[in-house]
Design a protein around this ligand. Structure first.
Ligand SMILES: [Zn+2]
Length: 142
């Protein structure tokens, strides 16, 4: 796989049956979204929500603070591990604000491998730690 073009977004289905995360986005405002193959068990599986959640991260949205006003895990798709399926008014406001500020679609989206290939840059934030998706056990499907 090559670098992701400025005008593109890419979903990568990664093969991992042992690690618990459902999905990841290369970084806030990024263009590469990952889904865990082992969590996909149908078109309308829980990972459909994960796909929308990761699109939210690509729009620069973070997980909402549980102490914030209007925190609604039963509604907000950006709550990690929740069951909400919608973008809230705040999500829409901040994604629009991020777009207006030019914070979307302009991040590094690929990395070089030791053998010279370029692959979509798989960075995730997990439990406050930044790491590559490989550190968390994901492997690309080719
Ligand atoms: Zn998330």
């Amino acid at each position: 796989m090559d670098d992701v073009a400025d005008s593109d977004h890419l979903f990568v289905v990664a093969d991992n049956s042992s690690y618990g995360i459902y999905g990841a986005t290369n970084e806030l405002g990024g263009k590469v979204m990952h889904l865990n193959e082992s969590k996909i068990n149908g078109y309308f599986s829980y990972n459909t929500r994960s796909a929308v959640h990761e699109v939210g991260h690509s729009m620069g949205l973070e997980h909402p603070d549980p102490k914030s006003i209007g925190y609604t895990p039963s509604v907000d798709v950006m709550v990690q591990g929740g069951d909400g399926t919608k973008f809230t008014g705040g999500d829409k406001f901040y994604s629009y604000k991020n777009w207006r500020a030019g914070k979307l679609n302009r991040r590094v989206n690929s990395a070089s491998t030791p053998d010279g290939r370029r692959i979509p840059y798989p960075v995730v934030k997990n439990a406050g730690q930044i790491g590559t998706i490989f550190q968390y056990g994901f492997r690309y499907k080719y």
